[in-house]
Each structure stands twice: as structure tokens, then as C-alpha cells.
Ligand binder design. Structure first.
Ligand SMILES: C[S@@+](CC[C@H](N)C(=O)[O-])C[C@H]1O[C@@H](n2cnc3c(N)ncnc32)[C@H](O)[C@@H]1O
Length: 231
């Protein structure tokens, strides 16, 4: 990757390095992992090869490796990737990922990255998902739940003791919101501001279809985790 990458409308504050999309490396080193690895493990064959897009410090990579998956972990942030252990790492924007003819049983796009503010970025990300999934393989995506933007401010106290607060989502035009989030620990505080495009179920499915992917199943009752297949 050449030159510093700037993502307009994305920023973060707090101790340590901040990625181009406003995430704090030290924050992600502290965040707990929830039920996501179980949802993933239940939706794909044991021992699958997984291409994890936007892996961060490997918060999900670690439990996936522990469950016996073989993970290739991709992120555009070198500072995030240097904390990933036990997986092959690739530093690249997802939308321009170049792995030749390699394909994977599973492509994983978590962390609501499908809601990217720019159409160009989202379409590029979905093209990457399609390109690197094997015939007969699956793409797993995490999308926003129904009340993610209406029920604000909203906060959750994690069992580990920290608070995650989604403070606001303000329209900035063309269906995109500027979302502001805070993460409060006893000894530190981080914020992230990022661009996010709300997608109805129909819009979400339409963008997948345009990339050559079809929703196969909604994996969770809240519609947040989705399995798609090529075709
Ligand atoms: C919200 S963090 C989540 C990390 C990880 N998925 C987790 O749940 O802990 C998003 C990560 O995706 C990376 N990222 C965001 N957009 C990206 C893009 N278009 N290409 C590559 N990496 C991206 C950021 O650098 C960051 O590490």
C-alpha cells in the first residue's frame, strides 16, 4: 500500500494510534468479544479457510483460530495488524485487495463495514467478497439492527466494566449519517466519528446482488448476521 490513506469524515480520539477509519488500536485491544465467533462457527463447515476483512487487532481472529479455522486476516492499518497472532496477515484496503487467484471457503465482513458511507467503497468491498469466495463457499456479513440509528443516544455497559455509547447519528446528505461513538473505561476514553449509510433489507440485498451475491439465510433473529452465497 502506498501513501497515507485518508478517509473523509472518519476520525477518532484517545490514547494510541488511530486508524484511517477512526478506530483506536488500544481500544480494540481491550474490547471483549461477544457471541460473534459462535455465530460464525455455527454457520460454516469446521476447519474452513476464512478470509477475515477488517480484522483489526484480531479480536475475532483469535477465537476463530482457537475453533480450528485457518484465517487470513486483512486490514489497512499496520498498527492494528501488528497485534494479530497465529494468522497470515495482509495489509491492504479491502476494496483493492490483491491475492491473485486465491479463494476461501468463507469470506467474513463484520463490524458493519457494508454500511460504508461511499458507494464506491461499499461496492468495492462487496466485489472483494465475491472475488475471493470459493464456488460452494459462503460470505458472512454483519449489518446494522433495526433500531441502531433511531434509539439514540444509546449505551451499553459491557460485563468487563466499560461503557459503549452511541451518541448521535447526524445526516450529512445522500442518505449518509455521521455517527459519533464513545468508549469509556475507568482509566481512558476513546471516541470514533464515522460515516455510515443506512440500508434497508431491500437495499442491502440489492447491493449484494449487484456484486454477484445472494442472501442465503439471516442467521440471527435480529437480522444482523447474514450468510450469502455466490450467484
Ligand atoms: C471497527 S474495527 C473492527 C475490527 C475487528 N473486525 C473487530 O471486530 O474487532 C474496523 C477495522 O477495519 C479496518 N478497516 C475499515 N475499513 C477498511 C477498509 N476499507 N479496508 C481495510 N480495512 C478497513 C480498520 O482499520 C479497523 O481495524
Amino acid at each position: 500500500m502506498s501513501g497515507p490513506l485518508v478517509r473523509e469524515g472518519y476520525s477518532g480520539t484517545g490514547p494510541g494510534s488511530i486508524t484511517p477509519d477512526g478506530c483506536a488500536v488500544e481500544l480494540y485491544r481491550r474490547l471483549s468479544v461477544g457471541t460473534e465467533p459462535d455465530v460464525i462457527a455455527a454457520a460454516v463447515p469446521a476447519g474452513s479457510s476464512i478470509l477475515e476483512l477488517g480484522c483489526g487487532v484480531g479480536r475475532m481472529t483469535r477465537p476463530l483460530l482457537a475453533r480450528g479455522f485457518e484465517v487470513t486476516a486483512v486490514d489497512e492499518s499496520a498498527q492494528m495488524l501488528e497485534h494479530v497472532r497465529g494468522a497470515r496477515t495482509v495489509r491492504s484496503p479491502i476494496e483493492s485487495l490483491e491475492l491473485g487467484h486465491e479463494t476461501f471457503d468463507v469470506v467474513l465482513l463484520a463490524s458493519f463495514l457494508v454500511h460504508a458511507g461511499e458507494h464506491r467503497v461499499r461496492d468495492g468491498i462487496l466485489r472483494t467478497c465475491r472475488r475471493y469466495v470459493k464456488d460452494g463457499g459462503v460470505v458472512l456479513l454483519q449489518r446494522e439492527g433495526a433500531d441502531y440509528r433511531t434509539d439514540l443516544p444509546r449505551e451499553r455497559v459491557d460485563p468487563a466494566g466499560y461503557t459503549v455509547r452511541i451518541v448521535s447519528a447526524d445526516p450529512v446528505g445522500d442518505g449518509v449519517d455521521s455517527v459519533h461513538a464513545e468508549y469509556i473505561f475507568d482509566d481512558a476514553r476513546w471516541t470514533q466519528t464515522f460515516r455510515s449509510r443506512e440500508l434497508t433489507k431491500e437495499q442491502f440485498e440489492g447491493h449484494l446482488e449487484a456484486a454477484g451475491l445472494t442472501v442465503d439465510r439471516y442467521l440471527t433473529d435480529d437480522g444482523v448476521w447474514v450468510r450469502a452465497v455466490p450467484g
